[in-house]
Design a protein around this ligand. Sequence first.
Ligand code: ATP
Length: 191
Amino acid sequence: MERIGLFGGSFNPVHLGHLLVAQAAREELQLDRIVFTPAARSPFKPGIELAPAAQRLRMLRLALAGQPDCEIDDQEIARGGVSYTIDTVRSYVRRFPQAELFCLIGADHVNQLPLWRDAPELARLVQFVVIPRPGQTLADAPPPFRSHPLRGFPLGVSASQIRERVRNGLPIHWLVPPAVVEAIHIDRLYQ
Ligand code: ATP
């Protein structure tokens, strides 16, 4: 049975924290592949400064180039509006009815899971992989959600920190892959 990890987020921009947890999830949960599903707009981040979807997608492509086990699915961007995990999960259940589905979620979001759209159905269709974040205790998802804590590799990096560093003219090398640093500078993102 194929095991697929769905990694949703704004990826505004994608950074090494995302890439490291994707690798850890693949290894620890024996996932066959990880699908990055960039949101058109997150229901939790209504006001944030969001780079255009085309540029967030491009940075993801650059970051994941040459990684055969990592894919990008732009369906949330194609749908537009606010992106809900349940819509994406339903599409995977339809396309891969035999697969076991896992959603990666930051420890900072776990307690909010019961408030997510169509939470009971979501709890039935997927298992959650809870990503450690520095300063957050790694709690299990509340029942009926099924969850697995991830051990590696918590990194104290966030996209908002990177945007702020760009705004302040500070270097972002070693926080995002080199090709993403270049794309941010060439496209003058987050200034
Ligand atoms: P922002 O700082 O803009 O809120 P973010 O860095 O948290 O963004 P998102 O793209 O919204 O990034 O995150 C997608 C998912 O990745 C979320 O579940 C988030 O908790 C998780 N995540 C983000 N940064 C890290 C990190 N450094 N280590 C582990 N997980 C992370």
